[in-house]
Ligand binder design. Structure first.
Ligand SMILES: [Zn+2]
Length: 271
């Protein structure tokens, strides 16, 4: 029986997640025949009467596989139109049976949690339109339900770039903004850094600042210019030679603190 799942981390844009088939071993009727299999994902439709909704990325990541172009029911392409998103740390989510032509992303593209990536369809080995959603960790399919509900988070769900903040009990966007940015009214800036994130729950990690741009390495101090004192040299004579004016000799003295008398062969700093 279909039931509604309350998704803290949604994969459908409108947020309603109607589960039509759970993860794990199951028996169902496919084209008049009873079929048993081990379901590696969870089947979802939109909660409203259309049952169709846009599919959004579960978490930040990089698209690693895309297939588009399957028109409808297909045994040859059982997954239909699909895409995979890699979230780092050997975590991947998969989105199957998408509507032909609906996939908005390309292989290699970076996506943020909540980005629209496609639309529920009925392509592949399906009985009707739905999203087959998978969570894989180390290549092994996990029950996606606790990930959607927020009971579990991907091992590396923390944003990998930018300053982050871990939501505490009683926090709101306003409160966090007041704490982090000094003004509650700047909370929209925080929301802009966390697209797709609306509700806050204790333990959530949100981005609160852009990553510090890498500072260019400090140029190494130029090696000091030196001068080897010749016979007959004086501060005045050296200054005249090097700085063009004997009267600037105090500048040379300042570069060589403690040095008064000059002897041939002494090396002094001149710039
Ligand atoms: Zn499925």
């Amino acid at each position: 029986m279909a039931y509604l799942l309350k998704a803290r981390t949604p994969v459908l844009k409108k947020g309603g997640h109607r589960v039509t088939s759970d993860f794990g071993p199951r028996t169902f009727v496919m084209q008049g025949k009873t079929v048993s299999d081990n379901h590696l994902g969870i089947d979802l439709t939109g909660a409203d009467t259309s049952r169709i909704d846009d599919v959004i990325a579960f978490a930040d990541g990089v698209v690693t596989a895309v297939r588009d172009g399957v028109s409808g029911y297909s045994r040859v392409n059982p997954a239909g139109n699909y895409l995979y998103i890699d979230h780092g740390n050997d975590c991947q989510t998969r989105y199957l049976h998408l509507e032909k032509g609906s996939i908005k992303v390309k292989k290699g593209q970076t996506v943020r949690a909540g980005d629209t990536v496609g639309r529920i369809g009925a392509t592949g080995y399906v009985t009707g339109a739905h999203l087959h959603f998978e969570v894989r960790i180390g290549g092994t399919a996990q029950d996606p339900a606790p990930y959607l509900s927020g009971e579990k988070t991907l091992p590396d769900a923390k944003p990998t770039s930018g300053e982050t903040y871990t939501v505490k009990k009683g926090d709101s966007w306003w409160k966090i903004s007041a704490e982090v940015l000094g003004k509650g009214s700047r909370y929209k800036e925080l929301q802009a850094l966390n697209p797709g994130k609306t509700s806050l729950y204790p333990g959530d990690v949100i981005i609160v600042g852009k990553e510090e741009p890498e500072k260019p390495p400090k140029p190494a101090p130029a090696p000091a210019k030196t001068y080897t004192v010749q016979k007959g040299d004086s501060w005045w004579a050296i200054s005249k030679k090097i700085l063009g004016k004997g009267s600037r000799y105090m500048e040379l003295k300042a570069l060589n603190p403690g040095k008064e008398a000059l002897y041939p062969g002494d090396v002094i700093v001149v710039g």
